[in-house]
Design a protein around this ligand. Structure first.
Ligand code: HAM
Length: 436
């Protein structure tokens, strides 16, 4: 029997509505904050992600799905959204008319990682990216939009951790200090960190193997090597977060797993052990040089990405339901062949008028069909037999009130609308929603 690839999972119908709802909430939040959707390809040219020999991130070096296509071109399945988004921003010259461009995207990403709860080889991200002047306002526009999403879904057990990596001048100073420091301890570093020391010593601070060692704990901190401009930018970001009453903790050791960051970096953690190391549900930061590095003008960017899978796991763990139980307006059960054939036309017409309907397709007993109607949680059960059909009649059972009436088939729409408007659950809104 065939099975799904390792590190992937099927979203089954019981769960897909939750995904759709989350996407709807995300779109609403983006609308409120004026981020516009961009849809970029799921695969890009290899060089979009592997830009630079000196890139030291695991993501770029060990985790991408690379392949040669039938035209002998080297391609990569996107492991994240930022690089493709920047590529599209530059290629389509989105910078021409706008001082600030604010984009969002949703969709699958691919990383060859060890599978764990909350860590998959195909997972979904919701990302925000903003291109424009290097203003603390944009950093906080991004972070506050993430906070809005968390409020919208009702997840409050979260913590924002934030740090600054400084501008390139500060980072160069710091880099030299780190090289001096770690060179003295080179024999105690893991093999990956020895390579990082050459390529990007900052990433040693993010090492999962050495994370508890004294060498890392006692390493010099970027905060002692920031120039005035970097200090000011970070201070402005923190002041704005205070203004917006967004809580955060400063984490001097936060460096992030991708090499393109500068200045502000942050992560949002779900405060619970259930996801283990995978409790970072959102992460991002400023990347001042990426647009330029991908052939565009010198325009800085800032962004973030939520791991949607992790966000949903956190909601599930908190017993937060973002979807209402599924319900139909009407479910048709029939007695007799003629009634069944007529019935499909009947519910087709109801559907065209905005009623969510279905019917029993099998030739099963009335009892079994009533059970099917129950399972579909319908407001009305419509019961049509060959005998009723001869008289143009139909039986309608209102499952919310348990009343049953026999009416003319051509009065059915009017009757259902009248009853739905009386509906104490929704006051008629469920029908409106469907017709929109
Ligand atoms: P990232 O930290 O690599 O950043 O990923 C962002 C989020 O995606 C993580 O915090 C996590 O929630 C989720 N995630 C990452 N890998 C996996 C996985 N294997 N399985 C499940 N969820 C995962 C970025 O991707 C940057 N592009 C974010 C960004 C946007 N920075 C600036 N703009």
């Amino acid at each position: 029997m065939l099975s799904k690839p390792k590190g992937t999972y099927d979203v089954l119908p019981t769960n897909s509505r939750v995904w759709v709802k989350l996407e709807q909430i995300i779109r609403k939040v983006c609308e409120l904050s004026n981020y516009l959707e961009i849809r970029t390809p799921i695969f890009e040219q290899y060089e979009t992600f592997h830009r630079d020999q000196s890139d030291s991130s695991d993501l770029v070096n060990k985790e991408t799905y690379d392949f040669i296509d039938r035209g002998d071109r080297k391609m990569t399945l996107r492991p994240e959204g930022t690089a493709g988004c920047v590529r599209a921003y530059v290629e389509n010259k989105l910078y021409v008319n706008n001082k600030v461009t604010k984009l969002f995207y949703l969709g699958p990403m691919f990383r060859y990682e060890r599978q764990q709860k909350g860590r998959y080889r195909q997972f979904s991200q919701f990302g925000l990216e903003a291109y424009g002047p290097k203003s603390a306002l944009l950093d906080v526009d991004i972070i506050s939009t993430a906070v809005m999403l968390l409020k919208a879904v009702g997840l409050s057990k979260v913590r924002v951790r934030i740090n600054t990596l400084g501008d390139s001048e500060s980072r160069d100073n710091y880099r030299n200090v780190l090289v001096d420091y770690f060179s003295k301890h080179i024999n105690d570093l893991c093999e990956d960190c020895k390579v990082r020391l050459e390529k990007n010593p900052l990433r040693i601070l993010d090492c999962k193997v050495d994370k508890d060692s004294d060498i890392l704990k006692n390493a010099p901190l970027i905060s002692d090597y920031l120039n005035e401009a970097s200090k000011l930018h970070f201070k402005q970001v923190l002041n704005l977060l205070d203004e917006l009453k967004i809580n955060y903790v400063i984490d001097n050791h936060l460096v992030r797993g991708l090499d393109y960051y500068s200045d502000t970096v942050f992560e949002i953690e779900y405060e619970s052990d259930v996801l283990g190391n995978q409790n970072v549900i959102c992460a991002g930061g400023r990347y001042n040089d990426l647009v330029k590095d991908l052939g565009g003008p010198d325009i800085p960017g800032v962004g973030l990405a939520f791991g949607m899978d992790r966000l949903l796991l956190a909601l599930e763990n908190e017993n937060i339901n973002i979807v209402k139980p599924r319900a139909l307006h009407a479910f048709l059960i029939t007695l007799g062949e003629e009634a069944k054939e007529y019935g499909l036309g009947l519910i087709y017409n109801l559907r065209l008028q905005g009623f969510m309907c279905d019917m029993s397709y099998a030739s099963s007993s009335l009892k079994a069909q009533f059970k099917e109607a129950d399972q579909n949680n319908s407001h009305f059960t419509l019961i049509l037999g060959d005998n009723e059909l001869k008289e143009d009649n139909i039986n309608v059972k209102n499952n919310l009130t348990d009343e049953q009436v026999t009416i003319k088939i051509n009065e059915l729409t009017e009757y259902m609308l009248k009853e739905i408007n009386k509906c104490h659950n929704c006051g008629g809104k469920c029908h409106e929603k469907m017709s929109n």
